[in-house]
Design a binder for this molecule. Structure first.
Ligand SMILES: Cc1ncc(C[n+]2csc(CCOP(=O)(O)OP(=O)(O)O)c2C)c(N)n1
Ligand SMILES: [Mg+2]
Length: 195
């Protein structure tokens, strides 16, 4: 995602509107994108999952001429994915990047920090997001390798029907600075020290 965000900084227009919901994935648009005076970020102050998709659609209704990109988690996206139908109906179809790591990452991180290796209910089986996007009349693509992102994003930008890019990400890459295993190991050795 470091490389993906760096690429987006290069190619997105100055007046881009970004949106996000809640989850660890939100660190990328929140901390690693550089906002000039014309760019906007629509994000929940209350940490509401599912906020990004409807916010991005609303942005596209108000500013159809501007590029709107929503960052969503795989859990987060599924809170409001049905709004893709609203987008289609309103002719207001943004680009949605799903950072698909197969887990409710934020909650897993809490589990690993407080109860290391005792995982409960944070693995997630998702639908095929590309098929789902297409069912709603969006362009859809799955991106499995970092080096394939740039071309896929170019096709998303060129699509007249908006786009959903399903970005397959390792659950280990949960934060920019610490992997899931490092989180678990740190908590395990801290609890051993305590006895
Ligand atoms: C509506 C709502 N339900 C539950 C939560 C608690 N919560 C915060 S982050 C999170 C998991 C997010 O998972 P995902 O969207 O896959 O993002 P990741 O952390 O994996 O990047 C949950 C359940 C919330 N913030 N909002
Ligand atoms: Mg996730």
């Amino acid at each position: 995602m470091g490389k993906v965000t760096a690429h987006l900084r290069e190619v997105l227009p100055d007046d881009v509107i970004l949106a996000n919901g809640a989850g660890n994935f939100a660190v990328w648009p929140n901390k690693f994108f550089q906002y000039g005076p014309k760019a906007r970020l629509l994000a929940p102050q209350s940490g509401a999952m599912g906020y990004g998709v409807p916010a991005a659609i609303a942005a596209k209704v108000v500013h159809p001429e501007r590029t709107v990109v929503c960052f969503a988690g795989d859990g987060d996206f599924q809170m409001t994915s049905q709004e893709l139908a609203t987008a289609r109906q309103a002719g207001a179809q943004p680009i949605i990047l799903i950072l698909n790591n197969g887990i409710y990452g934020t909650i897993r991180a809490h589990q690993e920090r407080h109860y290391p290796a005792r995982v409960s209910g944070t693995d997630m089986e998702s639908p095929d997001f590309v098929m789902l996007a297409k069912a709603y009349g969006f362009h859809g693509e799955r991106v499995e390798r970092t080096e394939d992102f740039a071309a896929a994003f170019e096709r998303a930008l060129a699509s007249p029907t908006g786009a959903v890019l399903d970005l397959v990400i390792s659950p280990e890459a949960l934060t920019p600075r610490q992997t899931l295993t490092q989180m678990r190991d740190a908590a395990l050795s801290a609890s051993r020290r305590k006895g």
